[in-house]
Structures are given as C-alpha cells and as structure tokens.
Design a protein around this ligand. Structure first.
Ligand SMILES: [Zn+2]
Length: 311
C-alpha cells in the first residue's frame, strides 16, 4: 500500500524517492543521510495521507455513499433494499369512511377447473401502503397517471417523533422538530421525500388499535403540522412526504390542512408506510412505484428504500 501510494505523491510533488538505490548508496554517508531523510519524511507524509484518506472515506461512508450505489448493484443485491410496503389482505387496516371496504380477493379461475390460477381484487384507492396524488385534495393538480416519473425517485430522510407520539398520540411534527433534526443530521437534501416515523407501524395488525378511535369515533394518531409541511415545501422543495399511519394529517384532523398544503403545492403523500424502523435518518434513496389509474386520486404503491451495504 505504501509503495503504491508513494510514487503518486512523488509525481505530485516532483521530488524523487528511491527505495532500492538507497541500499546501494549506504557507503556514501552524506548522500545516504539525505536519501534517508527523504525516505523518512515521505513515509511520515504517506502515513498522514493514509490517515486523512481513511477519515475522508469514513465521512463518505457515513454521509454520501448512497450516491455511489449503481443500478448494477441494485440488480445483483450488492446493496441493502428495504421494502417499505405492507402486504394487502382482508385484515389490512383502512380508513373508516362510509364507502371504504376491506381488501377483497376472489379466485376467478383454478388450475383444476380452468388450467390456470387467476384472481380478482377490489379495494379503495386509498388503502394499504399508498400514494395520495396531488389531485386528491386540490383541483387542477395532477392525478395518478400525470405524476412525473422523475418525481418518483428521490433521496429520503426519516424524522423520528416516536417519543413525542408516545406521550401524545395526537402529536404533530413541528418546525422546531425539523430544525433539531437538521442540527443533528445536516440539511434535508433538496427535492427529497420526508418520511415521518411515529411508531404507529406496531399497531398494523389491529384495525381497531391502528385507527385508535374514541367513543365519538374521532381517531387519534400522530401526523405532520401544516407549518412543518409548508416549511418543507418552501425551504427544501420536497417531492413528497410519507408516514406510518393512515394519514399525513393527525388523527383528529377535520380540515386535512396538511393534505391541502402538500397537494396544493403539487406534491404527493405516502401513507401506511412500513418498516421505517429499518432506515437510518438519511443516506438512502427511495423508489416509489404507484399503480397507474387514469384520473386516479391515489393507489396502492410499492415503495423501496435503497441503502449502501454495510462493509
Ligand atoms: Zn390517501
């Protein structure tokens, strides 16, 4: 390693360091001393360069290495891939609206009878892990098939309000929370997708617990605040937001103000996102793959996070 680095340093500084000639010139004491001094300082300099280079690599590994992930690595599995999508079945929690129905799957052909196995399914657009298209809450905004494909690939960050949501299930992410996150992790990358980890994912197996309705039917779970959503749109030009609950607005919301802020800016929301506990705060990339329904206001979405593999 030392040998391979030294010639590089030589070519940069223009000075010459000869290792083997040094042995032959041992009798020429003064010349030998000069050469020894060169060798000594070159060695010290090399160790210094190696240390700096190792630190730089640590820095890159910690903050930037997802940028170096290639599509080939994605295909060969030489990266960490986290599937942020819940499975769809008739136990999946869903929004308590009048015309919202559980997921339904019917067999319409069998190998025994028809020589082929085939099924049909029915579900509301806003069900399971899904996207809210910008037209969901605002007129004149893109519907599902109109979302630009380039808006579906973006760097991601995870903001964590686990503790606050534990103390208050109606908690909303504040601008101060975002500031604190940036202080600890650096600025949120421009045009990223901001995921909010509330811990609600742990109730996914129970529709009742996940909705958390009180006696009046009002739901209680955490969400974004309008102020934080506005700040993220204006200051960080986010592509969208995501959350591990039924809605990007908190449970008790009646005006769905966060939906209006996000959709009004032409951005999308991702709801019922799974496995946020498997992601770091930053340094991952998101692949958002929604169904493409003409005039759709939202729909089931496969969501992946790509992380550099831990070496
Ligand atoms: Zn939705």
């Amino acid at each position: 390693m030392l040998n391979s680095i030294l010639p590089k340093i030589d070519s940069q500084t223009g000075s010459k360091v000869h290792f083997y000639p040094l042995l032959r010139q041992q009798q020429k004491r003064s010349n030998g001393q000069t050469q020894f001094a060169c060798f000594f300082f070159a060695s010290v300099f090399s160790v210094f360069m190696l240390t700096v280079s190792a630190r730089a690599q640590d820095f890159v590994a910690k903050f930037d290495s997802v940028r170096s992930v290639t599509l080939e690595q994605l295909a060969t599995g030489d990266v960490q891939l986290v599937d942020l999508t819940h499975e769809l079945n008739n136990k999946s929690p869903f929004w308590p609206g009048d015309d919202y129905q559980p997921f339904e799957l019917k067999t319409i052909a069998t190998i025994e009878k028809n020589g082929v196995l085939s099924k049909s399914f029915a579900m509301p657009e806003h069900f399971g892990t899904h996207i809210d298209a910008p037209c969901h809450f605002e007129q004149g905004q893109p519907s599902l098939e109109e979302i630009k494909p380039t808006d579906l690939f973006a760097p991601g960050v995870v903001l964590d309000i686990l503790m606050a949501a534990e103390a208050d299930p109606d908690y909303r992410l504040t601008v101060a929370d975002v500031m604190n996150w940036e202080q600890a992790n650096g600025p949120i990358p421009m045009r990223a997708i901001v995921l909010l980890k509330t811990g609600w994912n742990r109730f996914w197996d129970s529709n009742v617990r996940y909705r958390n309705q009180d006696l009046q039917g009002k739901m209680h779970f955490p969400g974004f605040s309008a102020e934080a959503a506005r700040w993220l749109v204006k200051e960080r030009q986010i592509r969208g937001v995501g959350i591990d609950t039924l809605s990007i607005d908190h449970g008790p919301s009646k005006d769905f103000i966060v939906h209006h802020v996000i959709n009004g800016a032409g951005r999308y929301g991702l709801e019922n996102v799974a496995q946020l506990d498997k992601l770091p705060a930053r340094n991952f990339f998101l692949i958002v793959a929604p169904i493409k329904i003409t005039t759709g206001t939202g729909g089931p979405t496969r969501l992946f996070a790509v992380l550099p593999r831990n070496k």
